[in-house]
Design a binder for this molecule. Structure first.
Ligand code: PLP
Length: 357
């Protein structure tokens, strides 16, 4: 039996995609080989990378002067790639809105002066600092933000406007809302939250910004090199890119990012409304900063939280345990989570509240 999987990442993927992958697993595109066995220099595989890139461009309306590349090492590797490609004057700004944002900032400090100009740790990252009241560093090479904070369940309702190029880690929300790519210098996202299995990270970068990586930047982390080689500088994470391509096709067939956003907003509203109107459950995030992808909630009793997670699992609702930094529960309701899954969760929450409230 397939369960409803609320894991934060790796996370649930569209069932249609999993079935298609299963169907063509032994014979990919008439090659008589699995996509995991074929050379990445084979034409049939090259077509996958080309199509995936084209779909990212189409679905996010990426301007032509931006590179779209697929790389390895996860979003965490990009924490280093960002300064290594961009930190020419040796200083950059960071807004620390969660654990991953903090890690990105700490990685930035290895390579230069990484200024933390905003920080919401005083209230356990339950809000996003006021972007109009921050002091941006004059001459900074970039400003780094984490657009959706996976662990704490917050997102930027709008993005900072500053002179320095904006770099955004969108790992846990890419393709869930429309964005204007031209407002960003660089966007990156590990695929295993909202797009594909782990193993591939998408980088979208304004080409003019990435022509001159720092001399110490490893070749593999040079976005320019990856761009010039069409993401095939070395052996790519072939299966993950193939799966990403299937998910992107699926997303396009479902109406693209706008349609997906409407579905995601709807699912999130159902869950937040229920939580806000219940006596047992509470979400501590300031309302206007609530994520539509990751919804943490607590009962107020650690014992009850543990019971909730265990009983939910028995009811086919899995991976609801909150991150160890927050405790309680977290429902990650990414693009691939059907509305039926959210409704099943709410029904379970009602029942649990009746029995334990
Ligand atoms: C999961 C996540 C990461 C880390 O991704 P890895 O691919 O495991 O390195 C970084 N940033 C955000 C926002 C995430 O959600």
């Amino acid at each position: 039996m397939r369960v409803y999987n609320f894991a934060a990442g790796p996370s649930t993927l569209p069932l249609e995609v999993l079935k298609q992958a299963q169907e063509e697993f032994l014979d990919f595109a008439g090659t008589g080989m699995s996509v995991t066995e074929i050379s990445h220099r084979d034409k049939a595989y090259g077509a996958v990378v080309t199509e995936a890139e084209a779909l990212v461009r189409e679905l996010l309306k990426v301007p032509d002067d931006y590179a779209v590349i697929f790389v390895q090492g996860g979003a965490s590797q990009q924490f280093a790639a960002v300064p290594l490609n961009l930190m020419h004057s040796g200083k950059a700004d960071y807004i620390v809105t969660g654990n991953f944002a903090k890690k990105a900032w700490e990685e930035g400090k290895i390579y230069g002066q990484a200024n933390k100009i905003g920080d919401s740790s005083d209230k356990v990252y339950t809000y996003i600092p006021d972007i109009d009241k921050l002091t941006y560093t004059e001459g900074a090479d970039y400003l780094h933000i984490t657009s959706n904070n996976t662990i704490f369940g917050t997102r930027y309702p709008e993005f900072p406007k500053c002179k320095a190029p904006l770099v955004a880690d969108m790992s846990s929300e890419i393709f869930s809302r429309e964005i204007n790519v031209a407002d960003f210098g660089v966007i990156y996202a590990g695929a295993q939250k909202n797009l594909a299995p782990a193993g591939v990270t998408i980088v979208i970068a304004k080409r003019a910004l990435i022509q001159d990586p720092l001399p110490i930047c490893p070749t593999m982390l040079k976005w320019k090199v990856q761009d010039e080689n069409g993401s095939l500088y070395n052996t790519p994470p072939a299966f993950s890119i193939y799966m990403a391509n299937l998910v992107l096709r699926n997303l396009k067939a479902k109406g693209g990012v706008k349609a997906m956003n409407e579905a995601d907003e709807y699912k999130a509203a159902l869950l937040y409304d229920f939580i806000d109107n219940s006596k047992l459950y509470k979400n501590n995030v300031v309302k206007k900063f609530r994520s539509i992808m990751n919804v943490p909630f607590v009962t107020g009793s650690e014992e009850l939280d543990a019971k909730f997670v265990a009983e939910a699992k028995k009811a086919g609702l899995v991976s609801l345990k909150g991150h160890r930094l927050v405790g309680g529960m977290r429902a990650s309701i990414y693009n691939a989570m059907p509305v039926e899954g959210v409704k099943a969760l709410i029904d379970f929450m009602k029942k649990f509240e009746r029995e334990n409230g």
